[in-house]
Design a protein around this ligand. Structure first.
Ligand SMILES: C[S@@+](CC[C@H](N)C(=O)[O-])C[C@H]1O[C@@H](n2cnc3c(N)ncnc32)[C@H](O)[C@@H]1O
Length: 224
């Protein structure tokens, strides 16, 4: 697993060095987050973890809703770009193995998500996973889910936005993920599917790569 993890760390770090706006980055707030956030029923000041956050503008939107978002991102380029694009100058401090950036109600911990311990930053009331679990190959998923489960308090909620497609038609990332695979990663976590739609027609770059089906879905899971 160590070799696979370091291979993918290099992949993501090189991608952010090459591209300032990678294709997975949405310039607008994710519509599924806007739609489903009220259903999470989070209290003001709730702590929301955003693993593998990139430079997602969802972070600032979460802060504007009155919760406390904490993103975790490997690439210093992505972390710095988030704040620069919001015209914010972050305070940068050290937090364990992470560089901690903070401004505008948003914290980004820059470093390896797998090294995040609840004693360093946790526990969280909610976790928002958009394009995080599906950014990881099958071999890293168990460790990711175990890390995430340690960080979410019992009774806390996980909002997962994921993609499913015939994996044989295209190599990841993003990697295809079925709800059954999610259930195997989070056994005993009650799950509800809040949305599912084939989005291939809206994603010509995936059709061009050979996909014949691309389903996006939103799951709510609760840490027992
Ligand atoms: C597909 S992108 C999704 C970004 C973001 N969630 C969004 O919706 O725009 C995956 C992100 O995970 C980051 N990443 C990959 N492995 C990581 C790790 N081990 N720890 C922290 N971040 C990681 C990558 O640098 C990349 O920005």
């Amino acid at each position: 697993m160590a070799d696979e993890a370091s291979h993918w760390q290099s992949f993501w770090q090189e991608l952010w060095l090459r591209e300032s706006a990678p294709p997975f980055h949405l310039p607008q707030v994710n519509p599924h987050l806007i739609r489903h956030f009220p259903q999470l029923r989070l209290a003001p000041g709730a702590r929301v973890l955003v693993p593998l956050c990139g430079k997602s503008v969802d972070l600032g939107w979460l802060a504007a809703q009155g919760v406390e978002p904490v993103g975790v991102e490997l690439s210093p380029q992505a972390a710095a770009a988030y704040f620069a694009e919001q015209n914010l100058t972050p305070q940068i401090t050290r937090l364990g193995p992470f560089e901690r950036y903070e401004a505008g109600g948003v914290v980004i911990l820059c470093g390896d998500f797998f090294e995040l311990q609840p004693t360093v930053a946790g526990p969280f009331d909610a976790i928002y996973d958009r394009a995080a679990l599906i950014a990881l190959p099958v071999g890293l998923r168990r460790a990711y889910a175990a890390t995430l489960a340690r960080l979410l308090r019992p009774g806390g909620v996980l909002l997962l936005v994921a993609l499913d497609y015939p994996q044989a038609q295209m190599p990841g990332p993003p990697f295809a993920l079925t709800p059954a695979q999610v259930a195997a990663l989070y056994p005993d976590w009650p799950a509800h599917e809040w949305h599912r739609q084939d989005i291939l027609a809206e994603e010509p770059r995936f059709a061009a790569r050979g996909l014949t089906r691309l389903e996006e879905y939103v799951l709510q899971l609760r840490h027992p």
